[in-house]
Structures are given as structure tokens and as C-alpha cells.
Ligand binder design. Structure first.
Ligand code: ADP
Length: 241
């Protein structure tokens, strides 16, 4: 099972100075899965995502995708789309220019850029908004631009860190559905970081509950909610339920 996982963290630890923030972690994710990392602030969720994206290196252990080690590769060689809470669109650029930005950085030709940008904006149903500025869009639309930018290289894996944290409740629920829809349509593997239980519950195929750099329990939402296996999980889940 572990051996043929699509994404595999094998005994991964990460320390900053004397502080271990990810602690001997094992995690196997299958292709096409939507897996949420859920847990209190400071439990290591973002650090895990950063190591998968290539913005942080593990202190020990290995990370593989499709059976190949990726932990020594720079981010741009991993072909993973990344969406963060602070999606930081460039305000002076149009929607199309924002989405084209990663392509420009990599020297992709004009014609290929036009084609990829068109396709990415269609995927998030923003086909008519190419020439708008971010300030002329709603929060949800801006977040979809950020998603289009993450999809522009047609990655198989998309990493999201609290991507909906800045949105109000209604927009958030709409975006949750949009992201689920895109996940299904494109057959993406999504690793999603959140501290919002309801969000993890409605969106995920599986949820990993983090505590102090370790996964306390991983399973389908119904398993986590109906059969917590540790005191910590029971209390964490119980808190806002
Ligand atoms: P979470 O996403 O669960 O809130 P993080 O992975 O962001 O947790 O952080 C885990 C711990 O690691 C926190 O105590 C945080 O302060 C610390 N940390 C994260 N990044 C760094 C860094 N670059 N340098 C030092 N400490 C860090």
C-alpha cells in the first residue's frame, strides 16, 4: 500500500533549531484523493505542505511522488500547483496577466501562454474576465484566479493552505463546492490544509488529524467523527461540534 502510494512521506521530520515541528511522519496519499490536514495552529500542517511543495527541506526522511524521490528537487521541477490564503494577485496586472505570470517566469512562448491561460481560466469559469483587474472582481472570483494560476501548468497535484480563510461564509461555501467540482473534473490529487473542521468534513476523501507534528489519526471523515481513536482526536473534534 505504502509502496505504491502516489505521494509518500517516509519517516519525515523537520526541525527549526531545537524545535521539531514535524516528527517522524508517515503519510501515503493515493492518486486522485482529496486529503485534508486538520489540526490546531502550530501542529505542523503548513510545514508538511511546504516540504511537499519544495519550499522547505526535510531534516530527515524522504518524500516520493509516483515512486520517485522529490525532496531534493526545486519547487518548479515538482509540477505542483500551490494556492495559499494570501493569494496575492498582482493588482496592476489583468486577470490573464496574473495567470500567465508563472509561464512568463519560465519563458513559455506567447502562443502557448495564450492557450494555457485560456484553458486555465475556463477551468475555473472565468473565461469572460481576462482583461479585468483583481479589484474589479469579487473575493471568490479573485480566489478562482489564484486557482487558475495554480492550474496553469496542468499539475496532477494541487496544494492548498487555508485557501478560503479570508472569505466570508457564503463565498467560502461556494468555493468549497467549486474546488470539489474542479477536483473531480480534472482528477486532481489535492492536499488541503485547514483548521476548519466543517470544511475538512465536507470536502475531503480523508482527513489527517495533526497534533504536535504527528498524525494522530487518518481516515474518512465519518471514521474520524464517529470513531476517534485517541483522546486528542475526540476532544479536538468535540470542541466545536
Ligand atoms: P500549522 O500550519 O499547523 O499552524 P506550522 O507548520 O505553520 O503549523 O508551524 C509549526 C511550528 O513550526 C510553529 O511553532 C511555527 O512557529 C514553526 N515554524 C514554522 N516555520 C518556521 C520557520 N521558517 N522557522 C522557525 N519556525 C517555524
Amino acid at each position: 500500500m505504502m509502496g505504491n502510494a502516489f505521494i509518500h512521506f517516509d519517516n519525515v521530520s523537520k526541525a527549526f533549531g531545537v524545535m521539531t515541528v514535524v516528527d517522524n511522519l508517515e503519510l501515503a496519499i493515493q492518486q486522485g484523493e482529496f486529503v485534508s490536514m486538520l489540526g490546531p495552529s502550530g501542529s505542523g500542517k503548513t510545514t508538511l505542505l511546504m516540504m511537499l511543495a519544495g519550499f522547505e527541506a526535510p531534516s530527515s526522511g524522504s518524500i516520493s511522488v509516483k515512486g520517485k524521490r522529490v525532496d531534493a528537487l526545486p519547487p518548479y521541477k515538482r509540477n505542483m500547483g500551490v494556492v495559499f490564503q494570501n493569494y496575492a494577485l498582482f493588482p496592476h496586472m489583468t486577470v490573464a496577466e496574473n495567470v500567465a505570470f508563472p509561464l512568463k517566469m519560465r519563458g513559455v512562448s506567447r502562443s502557448e501562454t495564450a492557450e494555457r491561460v485560456g484553458k486555465a481560466l475556463d477551468m475555473v469559469q472565468l473565461g469572460q474576465f481576462h482583461e479585468r483587474r483583481p479589484s474589479q472582481l469579487s473575493g471568490g472570483q479573485q480566489q478562482r484566479v489564484a486557482l487558475a494560476r495554480a492550474l496553469v501548468f496542468e499539475p496532477e497535484v494541487v496544494l492548498m493552505d487555508e485557501p478560503l480563510g479570508a472569505l466570508d461564509k457564503k463565498l467560502r461555501e461556494q468555493m468549497q463546492m467549486d474546488i470539489r467540482d474542479i477536483h473531480h473534473r480534472l482528477g486532481l490529487t489535492i492536499v488541503f490544509v485547514t483548521h476548519d473542521q466543517a470544511e475538512a468534513l465536507t470536502m475531503s476523501d480523508r482527513i489527517a488529524i495533526f497534533n504536535h507534528g504527528k498524525i494522530e489519526q487518518i481516515g474518512k471523515p465519518s471514521e474520524i467523527y464517529d470513531r476517534p481513536t485517541t483522546q486528542f482526536v475526540a476532544e479536538f473534534i468535540g470542541e466545536t461540534n
